[in-house]
Design a protein around this ligand. Structure first.
Ligand code: H2U
Ligand code: ZN
Length: 351
């Protein structure tokens, strides 16, 4: 409950991220000025449909010397520079519990989303994105069939500002024998909530957000797209399934199509914000595998975009944020309003 004089829109406050247990400092008084949505002349991103130099384009050679097939939809291959390897020996180090290390074993794959070098997810048709969702599902199933794999991270880095090495639309999957830090935090939070209340933390959270209508951007039949109350990045969003689904394995055909629709509509809005190809890191969080039933897990997808005020002004995670905890000026509610009011027709299509 809010106390009498305290106003989330006016007064500095901290917000709890119920999914991780982390906190964020919000300073809404610093953005009392009116919105100055700045659209800058950015470098025209005119790419050919096929680039002979691109390691993802059909029929081209990759670093390992192999040749990509003449694929027509998506194409998956093992990362030629995988961060995790299959043949790492077990073991580690524990010296007086002060120097601690664990061996990590895994599989890293790359997914080209389209044979077209010049597209991005928001420029692809919903039916084409749906095929990417199918691949995510079959890859997840395949990787989960290795009994030693415990966690499968599906993600996309978009834009060179996010360290993406190639503009050809693609994502990655890293599967490994242990649970990474963010996922461990979310597991813990959802488990505690489920044990106390007997319901899914995210199902209850989404129901509350739908009731309050302050941070919802849009919804379709199966997914809600919102700016989380505890968002750190200026235009951070989440796609949450309406049904309490633990992982993508259990998505129905209808849910897969609805996810493609949600991704398309969200990423088009992102591109339209500053009339630029909006960079982000995005990825799914879902139940670990081969560890028994984890009924408290609720599938969701995070989008973490770095841009703040224009196509070139990004948020920095420095100073207080590195040393204490993240901080933001524009509120999650303000960001949701902005995203809600943007067109779902891509600016390049309109032009
Ligand atoms: P990013 O754009 O998110 O960096 O992903 C591209 C991946 O593609 C990157 O991890 C791999 C890189 O290791 N890669 C190959 O597997 N083969 C190549 O020929 C070049 C790049
Ligand atoms: Zn290409």
């Amino acid at each position: 409950m809010e106390t009498t004089n305290f106003d989330l829109k006016e007064h500095p406050h901290s917000r709890l991220n119920i999914l991780t247990g982390d906190w964020i400092l919000v300073s809404p008084h610093r953005t009392k000025r009116p919105w100055q949505g700045k659209v800058e002349a950015t470098q025209a991103d005119e790419r050919p449909a096929y680039d002979p130099q691109c390691y993802l384009c059909p029929t081209n050679k990759r670093a390992d010397g192999s040749e990509n097939p003449d694929y027509k939809a998506s194409f998956v291959f093992t990362n030629d520079y995988s961060s995790l390897l299959l043949n790492t020996p077990d073991g580690g180090l524990n010296d007086d519990e002060l120097l601690v290390a664990n061996s990590q074993k895994g599989i890293c794959r790359v997914i080209s989303f389209s044979p077209r070098h010049d597209l991005t997810l928001p420029q692809m048709q919903t039916a084409e994105i749906r095929k990417v969702v199918d691949v995510w599902q079959t890859e997840f199933e395949d990787l989960a069939s290795y009994p030693w794999i415990k966690h499968i991270q599906i993600f996309e880095n978009k834009g060179d500002i996010m360290g993406c090495s190639n503009p050809h639309p693609h994502g990655q999957i890293w599967a490994q024998n242990s649970i990474p830090v963010e996922v461990a935090k979310e597991t813990q939070q959802q488990k505690i909530y489920f044990e106390q209340k007997g319901t899914s933390l995210l199902a209850d959270y989404v129901a509350l957000e739908l009731k309050r209508q302050e941070r919802i951007i849009f919804e379709n039949e199966h997914f809600v797209v919102l700016v989380p109350f505890w968002a750190v990045w200026p235009y951070e969003t989440m796609i949450v399934s309406k049904r309490h689904i633990t992982s993508i394995i259990y998505f129905t055909d209808e849910e897969k199509t609805a996810l493609a629709d949600a991704i398309k509509r969200l990423t088009v809005r992102y591109d339209n914000m500053f009339e630029t190809s909006f960079p982000y890191s995005a990825g799914m969080h879902q139940s670990p595998v081969n560890m028994g039933d984890q009924p408290y897990w609720h599938w969701h997808m995070h989008f973490y975009p770095p841009l703040l005020r224009s196509a070139t002004v990004k948020k920095f995670m420095v100073g207080y944020e590195m040393l204490a905890n993240p901080q933001r000026d524009i509120t999650a509610e303000f960001a949701a309003d902005r995203l809600r009011n943007l067109s779902e027709v891509h600016y390049k299509v309109k032009a």
